[in-house]
Design a protein around this ligand. Structure first.
Ligand code: IPE
Ligand code: IPE
Ligand code: MG
Length: 241
């Protein structure tokens, strides 16, 4: 697939991807779902590299595990977290060398000790990196994030530090899990699905949504460029004329 042409001076500042279709890819290839997830990890590497190379993408958020994904079999859940550990083990040094900061967007409660230790190692090692943020959505749910944010604000009201009337959209946004992220510009979902599946409900308000047929394990730099080209062809009006 040739590389679609994109305008490198008007890149989305923040891209998020719902990495979907590992299971269907596995079925198509007559292999196990675990192999599908394993293959998906290679796409993560390719996409992080491609975004970093573009230089002006400030944040890449990847939906790796939703709060609803606990409903899968114990074996599949274990596979997914084993792959997360493996990915971190293999890639962290290079991510750090590339000056990429890693953040975890999600509830830390509920993660295994191993997963928590892995993610916290990424966060602490890369905390001062500035070239790009790789934001991993793990044990993440959009409604849960909104509820957690509301709770944090309620606690401030209870403590007398804040008045209910003082709560604004800006203030709410500043209490989300990873408040320093730029506005979400481009939201990609692979495998042809057209739903959010509880992903970034607050942040998606004015993101451009691009659904692509490609299964996640087949997703590479040209697919990313295709999504960016689609984004650049859109007319964003934000409610104005
Ligand atoms: C995405 O692929 C990976 C995760 C949700 C963790 P799926 O496992 O959802 O693949 P499909 O949707 O069954 O094809
Ligand atoms: C969304 O995909 C979650 C991730 C990609 C991590 P799912 O495959 O879990 O979503 P549904 O079940 O099709 O909505
Ligand atoms: Mg799926």
């Amino acid at each position: 697939m040739p590389l679609p042409t994109i305008d490198k001076n008007h890149l989305p500042r923040h891209i998020a991807i719902i990495m979907d279709g590992n299971g269907r890819w596995a079925k198509q290839h007559g292999t196990t779902r675990a192999e599908g997830h394993e293959a998906g990890a290679k796409s993560v590497r390719a996409v992080v590299e491609a975004c970093r190379e573009l230089q002006n993408i400030e944040a890449l958020t990847l939906y790796a595990f939703s709060t609803e994904n606990w409903r899968r079999s114990q074996g599949e859940v274990e596979t997914l977290f084993r792959l997360l550990s493996k990915y971190i083990h293999l890639e962290l040094d290079e991510i750090h060398q590339e000056n990429i900061r890693v953040t975890l967007m999600g509830r830390k409660e509920g993660l295994s000790e191993q997963a928590l230790a892995d993610v916290e190692r990424c966060e602490s090692l890369t905390a001062n990196n500035t070239a790009m943020t790789l934001n991993l959505a793990i044990n993440y749910g959009g409604r849960g994030e909104i509820v957690d944010t509301a709770r944090a604000l309620c606690r401030e009201v209870e403590a007398g530090r804040l008045k209910a009337e003082e709560v604004t959209e800006e203030m709410f946004a500043s209490r989300l899990y990873i408040p320093q992220l730029p506005e979400l510009d481009l939201l990609i979902r692979t495998s042809g699905e057209m739903r959010l599946s509880n992903f970034m409900l607050w942040q998606a308000s004015y993101a451009e949504f691009v659904s692509m047929q490609t299964y996640w394990p087949d997703f590479r730099k040209p697919h990313l460029y295709e999504a960016i080209a689609a984004y650049q062809a859109r007319s964003r009006r934000f409610g104005g004329r």
